[in-house]
Design a protein around this ligand. Structure first.
Ligand code: CU
Length: 462
C-alpha cells in the first residue's frame, strides 16, 4: 500500500494510515471552566496522556446553598480535555481515597463499548487505565456512567472533550467553556443550607436549579466572561443534563457560525441553538459593539428564575451605526393624535421638576418601566425580583435607587432578609426621569419618603 502514498494523492487506507502514525507523547493540559486549553498546532498524531481525578466535594450551588457535588477534577463541569483527531489517548481515571463511591467515565469521543465506562470502573483509592484512538473529530460530552447513572450525572459528573480536526479549528481571539446542567434539591431554588439530592424531582425532570458551570452566578459579576469589541469569540457549550434540553442563546448576539451538536457541519446566522443532554454545540461570533451580552437557556424561566444565566462583558468603542442606543423617547397619545417630544436633557436641566410633577411622571414611568419585574404592588417576585415595598436595601441611603437604575445591578443581594442573585439591566432614562421614578418609589410602597433631584442623578450616573 505505502507504494501508492504519493504526496497530493488521497488514497483511502494509505493516507489515513500515514497520518495516524503516532509520534511521541504528551501529558494533556486540562483546564477548569470557563478556560479552554490552547489550540493544538501539531500536524501529527501523538500519544496523549490524560489524568483525571474524581473528587466528591461539598460546594455552593448558589451563595448560601450547599450541595455535595461529585466532580471530574474538583469542579462542575469537569476539566476540559483537548486532543487532536488521530491521537492515541491514554486515559487514567483516579478515584480519590477519601471518596465514598466507585465511579467511571463514558467519553462520547470513544469508539468502543460504554465509551470507556466498563474499563474505568474505579473504586475509591484506585486508578484505572485504558486507551482509545480519537477517530472522529468533534466536541463531545463525557460523564460518569456508574449506577445509578442519573444520580452521578445529576451530581455534576460531566465535562467536555474536544477532538480537534486534523487541520485545527479556525483561529479566534477568545475561547470559553460553558456547560449547562440541571440540579434537583430537597429545598426549592434559593433555600439555604445543605441541600441533598432529590430523586423524585429528578424522575419528574423538574429541577430547582438550571445553571451554567455548576453554580448560580458562575458567569456573572466578577466571574463574567470578558472580551473586547473587534474580537471573535468561540463558545464550547455542552449540556450535561441529566434532564433538560437547552435552548442556548446569547441575548444581543447572533452566532455567525454554529457547529450544531458539536459535529462537523456548520450553520450560519443562528439565534438559538438546541443542545440536548449528552450533547454540545460550538458557537462563534464577532463582537461589534460593547455591552453585557447575556447567555441564557431561552426556556426563559430557567434563566431568570433557576440560574441559567451568564454574562459576556464586552468592552470597547461604541458603533452607533450598528447599535445606536435609545435615540428618543416621545410621549405617544393615539387618542389625541399629537406626538409630543420629551424635553431634551439640556432643556430638562433648565427646568427642574417639582416634587408633585416627579410623583406624577414617576408613577407613569414605574408602570411602563419597573412594574414588569418589581410588580404593580412593588412586592416583587420571590427569588427573582426583590421587593421595593418597604425595602431595607435603600432605606438608609435613597441614592442607592439611583445607582441601581443608572448602572443596573447584578450579583447576590439581600433585601428584607431574603437573598436574590439576578441581573437588573441598567435603565435608559434621562436624569429627570430617574429622579422622578426614584422619588415615586421613595414615597410609595410603604417606604419612608424623600426626594431625588436630577443633579443627584447626573452625579451618580458619572
Ligand atoms: Cu460517578
Amino acid at each position: 500500500m505505502s507504494v501508492f502514498c504519493i504526496a497530493g494523492f488521497v488514497l483511502s487506507g494509505c493516507s489515513v494510515k500515514n497520518s495516524n502514525a503516532i509520534k511521541g507523547e504528551e501529558v494533556a493540559v486540562l483546564t477548569f471552566a470557563p478556560n479552554v486549553p490552547p489550540p493544538i498546532t501539531r500536524d501529527y498524531a501523538t500519544k496523549m496522556i490524560v489524568n483525571l481525578e474524581v473528587i466528591e466535594k461539598e460546594m455552593e450551588m448558589m451563595d448560601g446553598v450547599k450541595y455535595n457535588f461529585w466532580t471530574f477534577g474538583g469542579q462542575v463541569p469537569g476539566k476540559f480535555i483537548r486532543v487532536r483527531e488521530g491521537d492515541l489517548v491514554e486515559f487514567h481515571l483516579k478515584n480519590d481515597p477519601s471518596n465514598k463511591l466507585p465511579h467511571n467515565i463514558d467519553l462520547h469521543a470513544v469508539t468502543g463499548p460504554g465509551g470507556g465506562a466498563v474499563s474505568t470502573f474505579t473504586a475509591p483509592g484506585h486508578e484505572t487505565q485504558f486507551s482509545f484512538t480519537a477517530i472522529n473529530p468533534g466536541l463531545f460530552i463525557y460523564h460518569c456512567a456508574t449506577a445509578p447513572v442519573g444520580m452521578h450525572i445529576a451530581n455534576g459528573m460531566y465535562g467536555l472533550i474536544l477532538v480537534e480536526p486534523r487541520g485545527g479549528l479556525p483561529k479566534v481571539d477568545k475561547e470559553f467553556y460553558v456547560v449547562q446542567g440541571d440540579f434537583y434539591t430537597k429545598g426549592s431554588y434559593g433555600e439555604s443550607g445543605e441541600q441533598p439530592f432529590n430523586m423524585e424531582k429528578a424522575l419528574d425532570e423538574k429541577p430547582d436549579y438550571v445553571v451554567f458551570n455548576g453554580k448560580v452566578g458562575a458567569l456573572t459579576g466578577d466571574n463574567a466572561l470578558k472580551a473586547k469589541v473587534g474580537e471573535t469569540v468561540r463558545l464550547f457549550v455542552g449540556n450535561g443534563g441529566p434532564g433538560l434540553t437547552s435552548s442556548f442563546h446569547v441575548i444581543g448576539e447572533i452566532f455567525d457560525n454554529v457547529y450544531p451538536e458539536g459535529g462537523s457541519t456548520q450553520n450560519h446566522n443562528v439565534q438559538t441553538t438546541l443542545i440536548p443532554p449528552g450533547g454540545s454545540a460550538i458557537t462563534e461570533f464577532k463582537l461589534q459593539v460593547p455591552g453585557n451580552f447575556i447567555l441564557v437557556d431561552h426556556a426563559i424561566f430557567r434563566a431568570f428564575n433557576k440560574g441559567a444565566l451568564g454574562i459576556l462583558k464586552v468592552d470597547g468603542p461604541e458603533n452607533k451605526t450598528i447599535y445606536s442606543g435609545q435615540q428618543d423617547d416621545r410621549i405617544y397619545q393615539p387618542e389625541g393624535g399629537a406626538v409630543q417630544t420629551m424635553p431634551s436633557a439640556d432643556a430638562e436641566k433648565a427646568k427642574p421638576l417639582t416634587k408633585t410633577e416627579k410623583l406624577e411622571l414617576g408613577k407613569a414611568l414605574f408602570a411602563s418601566t419597573c412594574q414588569a419585574c418589581h410588580q404593580a404592588d412593588g412586592k416583587g417576585i420571590e427569588k427573582a425580583f426583590p421587593p421595593l415595598y418597604k425595602s431595607d436595601y435603600f432605606a438608609a441611603n435613597p441614592q442607592k435607587i439611583v445607582q441601581v437604575i443608572t448602572h443596573g445591578l447584578s450579583g447576590p443581594i439581600t433585601v428584607n432578609g431574603k437573598t436574590f442573585n439576578s441581573v437588573m439591566p441598567k435603565q435608559t432614562l434621562s436624569d429627570n426621569q430617574v429622579a422622578s421614578v426614584a422619588t415615586y418609589v421613595l414615597n410609595n410602597f410603604g417606604n419612608k419618603g424623600g426626594e431625588i433631584n436630577a443633579e443627584d442623578v447626573a452625579k451618580i450616573r458619572k
